[in-house]
Write a protein that binds this ligand. Structure first.
Ligand code: ZN
Length: 355
């Protein structure tokens, strides 16, 4: 566990045990929150699992749902949350929306039965190439390449580097070094680098999407349930800000149209891939509005304040991060106090929850 994670856990616990989060809640909680999840799987994180922040257990999710309700939050669909934001603040309880990015199969296997049992709504954002089985889950491919290697020779910004990957700790350092460097270069180049690393490590990634992501039949199965909203997440999962305008629009529009066609339900909600400031900005927020999205979500962290009604296509979310699987962390985050401390949650360690 990183030092930042340890410090943030300690801070969240302090806010909880001191009751400060509850005292601040009237000023920081806003109208509610949109929670962001990726994987829901029962097995504990392995020794080297750099994408572990993206995974929570079904048991924790169940406890989080119970906590959210016991704290007086209403769990709403994105349509209901949109309506509430448009109508403005009335005498409502604060709301929580649960959202799942990338449409992993474990959403259907482990999350859906929980929400079904509770009779509660949630949303899934689909990147259409992933559902077609040929998308590029490059951050998982990178993990596989590092698992299979004892050493990796790479050129980082033109300079040759040899990254030791023999132990779990070395693998972790290699992943963090490569991932955050790859996020700084052109995404098509980054994906090419990962493809080459996989080739050298003799790692097969052709079936990664088919193995991990729901196909259209499975997505239709979810879409047929009124509890489930299917939102769009582009076709190829590129950081849209890096693309020319026409390409960004096509990525968004084609995924929205495809989901509408495949599910026979109008797709009206969108999530920006990665969703940080370098991946989605005012141009993309405007595009989502032009494409008639009722809401679009980022990975900027925060609660949803009343002003969000003027920025429905740039909504913040709160990650349900695998490193923070305690109901008290979720409670403190939903109460909003950590977001009132400037810069606290913008650090790299917490942003890793964004894919
Ligand atoms: Zn994603």
């Amino acid at each position: 566990m990183s030092r930042q994670t340890r410090m943030l856990r300690a801070l969240l616990s302090t806010l909880h045990y001191s009751g400060a989060d509850l005292m601040l809640a009237p000023y920081t909680r806003g109208m509610g929150a949109i929670l962001k999840l990726h994987h829901v799987r029962p097995e504990p994180a392995g020794q080297f699992e750099p994408n572990r922040s993206l995974k929570v257990t079904p048991d924790f999710l169940d406890r989080a749902i119970t906590l959210v309700r016991s704290q007086g939050f209403e769990i709403l669909s994105l349509d209901q949350a949109h309506q509430r934001l448009v109508e403005g603040e009335a005498d409502h309880k604060p709301f929580v929306c649960f959202t799942f990015d990338d449409a992993y199969r474990d959403t259907l296997e482990y999350a859906y039965p929980l929400f079904k049992r509770h009779g509660l709504p949630f949303a899934v954002y689909v990147a259409t190439d992933y559902a077609d089985g040929h998308g590029d889950l490059w951050w998982l491919a990178l993990e596989k390449a590092i698992v299979a290697s004892d050493v990796l020779d790479v050129k980082i910004d033109g300079l040759p580097r040899r990254l030791a990957c023999a132990t779990a700790q070395q693998k972790e350092v290699a992943f963090q070094t490569l991932y955050w460097w790859l996020r700084t270069i052109r995404e098509t180049d980054a994906r090419e680098v990962v493809r080459e690393l996989c080739e050298i490590a003799r790692v097969e990634t052709a079936n990664l999407c088919r193995d991990l992501v729901m196909n259209w039949d499975e997505i239709r199965q979810l879409a047929a349930d009124p509890l489930v909203t299917i939102g769009a997440h582009t076709r190829k999962h590129f950081a849209l800000s890096q693309l020319p305008l026409a390409a960004a629009r096509t990525e968004m529009a084609e995924s929205i149209d495809r989901i509408t066609f495949e599910t026979d339900r109008q797709c009206e909600h969108f999530a920006f891939p990665y969703g940080d400031a370098a991946s989605a900005g005012p141009r993309e927020f405007e595009l989502a509005a032009e494409l008639n999205m009722k809401t679009a979500v980022t990975t900027r962290q925060g609660t949803v304040q009343p002003e969000a009604a003027q920025g429905l296509t740039a909504l913040p979310r709160i990650p349900m991060n695998g490193e923070y699987q305690k109901p008290r962390y979720v409670k403190v985050l939903l109460n909003g106090a950590p977001f009132a401390i400037p810069g606290l949650l913008e650090r790299r360690a917490s942003r890793i929850g964004a894919r």
